[in-house]
Design a protein around this ligand. Structure first.
Ligand code: TXA
Ligand code: MG
Length: 345
């Protein structure tokens, strides 16, 4: 199959979305931009489209898909909503928040990975919402990477992983957030929520609406996921470039640089902040942006993991970030990329 790329950044954007909608209605898949990462979109109403998504990604069938809706209230058609769902939606939807609800029968078991729940997200990206509206289908869309690889934040990343497997990719330019949505489950009787995957809607932002917010242990410790975690995605190896990622817990940038200098051998790269790069006299620094701009670090991470492979590094050094705010999203991805290991110095 030939994979075409249509731009959403010129006057043909409307036509591109119509073409994508035709594919969705016909049970085919399309790579689409969202504000978080690119998604591999198919109709959430067709079991067959979900089957194609799992096959194209090489994804295990028990890892459920997120269903995207154009308006928070559209969740009514596919799930059992609660007052807390609407309170959160009021504040953070459309946006990078995914809420797990109990599902209605229209959602095939293949979409929900056999679970009785469904993950609902109303994306903020205008083209993603327009595609849902024009197609008239809720859209199942995991990140549009090959399973296990870093998530795609540009159309070129999607092409790299899925060329020949899908007919169309919509190119909306680089994603503005760059890490996937925050995934939460609501506690029984709407008594707060639990973060299963951290993202740009942070613990503090959720607490402002929910009162009590828990962060699942597996978020910072992949070893705690177990065989039947609350979110199946927790147990899979994720976000891994081919090179080995070595994650360092260092008290400051100088200690991190000294460790890399003492241990770095062969062809290796270093993830570090812009103003810290001069401290690394060996290895090549892949800049995360300014040290105090944690949202920028998260935005760049996946593209830098891919760049590390393009440059053929054997090893990529990274430093463990803070474990709150948007930094928790970076923490969660980098610890998985490092296979769960932390080197403490
Ligand atoms: O930002 C995002 O959420 C992107 C864009 C494309 O919207 N999508 C995305 O989907 O990251 P995916 O499939 O790569 O990640 C979905 C995560 C997985 O870890 C999955 O296990 C979890 O959400 N999940 C989905 N449905 C669930 C459910 N019913 N219960 C628990 N976890 C669920
Ligand atoms: Mg994913």
């Amino acid at each position: 199959m030939k994979t075409e790329i249509y731009s959403l950044l010129d006057e043909n954007a409307g036509r591109a979305i119509e073409k994508a909608a035709e594919y969705i209605c016909a049970g085919e898949l399309v790579g689409i931009p969202t504000e978080t990462v690119y998604g591999l979109a198919g109709s959430a109403l067709f079991a067959e489209a979900a089957g194609k998504i799992y096959a194209a990604k090489g994804r295990p069938g028990d890892n459920p898909l997120i269903v995207h809706v154009a308006e928070p209230a559209d969740a009514e058609n596919i799930a059992h909503t609660t007052p807390l769902y609407y309170a959160l939606a009021e504040k953070y939807m459309p946006g990078p928040l995914t809420i797990i609800l109990s599902k209605k029968d229209v959602i095939p078991d293949t979409v929900s990975g056999g679970l009785q729940t469904v993950a609902i997200r109303c994306p903020a990206h205008p083209a993603a919402r327009e595609l849902i509206r024009v197609s008239g289908h809720p859209i199942a869309a995991p990140s549009a990477n090959s399973s296990g690889k870093p998530s795609p934040t540009t159309a070129a990343h999607v092409y790299e992983d899925l060329q020949g497997k899908i007919p169309l990719i919509l190119d909306g330019g680089p994603c503005s957030i760059g890490v996937e949505s925050t995934v939460i489950a609501l506690e029984p009787d709407d008594n707060g929520c639990v973060i299963l995957r951290p993202g740009a809607v942070t613990e503090d932002m959720l607490a402002a609406v929910c009162g009590s917010v828990r962060v699942a242990e597996a978020v910072t410790d992949p070893g705690k996921a177990g065989d039947k975690p609350q979110s199946p995605g927790m147990k899979y190896k994720h976000y891994s470039p081919r090179c080995q990622v070595i994650l360092i817990k260092a008290p400051d940038a100088a200690a991190y640089a000294a460790y890399v200098k003492a241990h770095g051998t062969g062809h290796y790269g270093v993830l570090a902040a812009e103003e810290e790069s001069a401290q690394f006299s060996t290895g090549t620094v892949l800049s995360l942006g300014r040290a105090d701009d944690e949202a920028e670090h998260a935005r760049r991470l996946f593209a830098l993991l891919r760049q590390a492979d393009q440059r053929g590094y054997e090893t990529l050094y990274a430093r463990l970030p803070a474990d709150h705010g948007i930094a928790l999203a970076y923490y969660n991805r980098i610890i998985r990329a490092a296979g769960g290991e932390i080197v403490e110095i």
